[in-house]
Write a protein that binds this ligand. Structure first.
Ligand code: 1HE
Length: 261
């Protein structure tokens, strides 16, 4: 690891890598150095783990962009900085393993953008979400205009940015921005549980989910259906799929359980 690793803690729990944003005194605000630390940890997890969890140390997930650093940046440096966030967050969203975010406290600005790059968001009841870029005189630069807009819709995202409204976890769940709401203190455990389940999937299927679904969403229906057939056929060709289908047919694999069953 580079000299940035103290900013992100790294721990393996079975097949799951736990990445902890570790700048609690600044509410995990993301500086340039912090982006590189996230990159290093994501790269390491992609090599060693089958799924990952991103959480924040301290009482907040992440307060977004480090505003102290940003206010000093010349124009082109700001562009390059934003593009670097895109590259690093893209490795989370469309990499080789799925990530889950475990959110407590603030997921604000770039913190929400980071969470939006993960496949699944688990929020504690104390979590809150805001996009205060309007108040700060800036704009989302960590992929939010694409990812958050697609999660909750551009109108709701525009509302958050224009009015500065702050949403609690339950409202954000109703808006589609988080998938699970849990009691305070339980997000990491639930996220690890979900990541464990993902880690037991066929690796190629996870890869296809992360990489084909968002691309197909960008395509016309016709292109999407064609691409789906290609990806589905490729998945079926993997030795893992052949084995798993055989296991099911020979009654060695778990059935799908009805909820509560
Ligand atoms: C920071 C940052 C930050 C805290 N950059 N230093 N993000 C924001 O506009 C959110 C700004 N932060 C807050 O509204 C609050 O800090 C929180 C609601 C997240 C947490 O409140 P609290 O009371 O727990 O902490 P605090 O006392 O406000 O902050 C503790 C310290 O962290 C304090 O520094 P200190 O030296 O006075 O102790 C804060 O200045 C510092 N701190 N947040 C720098 N963000 C790629 S584009 C993305 C665009 C955006 O992300 S815009 C949204 C930016």
């Amino acid at each position: 690891m580079s000299g940035t690793d103290d900013l992100v803690t790294y721990e393996m729990r079975g097949d799951v890598a736990l990445l902890g944003l570790n700048r609690p005194e600044k509410r995990n605000a993301i500086s340039d150095r912090f982006v590189e630390a996230i990159h290093d940890a994501v790269t390491r997890a992609s090599l060693e783990a089958k799924a990952g969890v991103i959480h924040g140390h301290g009482t907040h997930f992440c307060a977004g962009l480090d505003l102290s650093e940003h206010s000093e940046k010349p124009l082109f440096e700001a562009v390059k900085g934003s593009r670097r966030w895109h590259a690093v967050f893209d490795a989370i969203e469309r990499g080789t393993i799925p990530f889950v975010s475990a959110i407590s406290g603030a997921a604000v600005g770039g913190g929400f953008e980071l969470a939006a790059a993960t496949a699944i968001r688990v929020a504690e009841t104390n979590a809150f979400f805001a996009l205060p870029e309007g108040q700060r005189g800036i704009f989302v630069g960590g992929g939010g205009s694409v990812r958050i807009a697609r999660l909750i819709g551009p109108a709701r995202m525009g509302d958050m940015m224009l009015t500065g409204r702050v949403l609690d976890a339950v409202t954000m769940e109703a808006w589609g921005g988080v998938s699970y709401v849990v009691e305070t203190g339980e997000a990491v455990d639930r996220a690890v549980e979900l990541a464990d389940r993902m880690a037991s999937n066929a690796e190629f299927t996870n890869y296809a989910i992360l990489n084909a679904l968002p691309r197909i969403a960008d395509m016309s229906s016709e292109d999407g259906l064609f691409t789906e057939s290609m990806v589905a056929s490729l998945a079926t060709m993997t030795p893992e799929a052949k084995q798993r289908l055989k296991d099911f047919l020979e009654k060695r694999a778990a059935k799908v359980e009805a909820p509560g069953g």
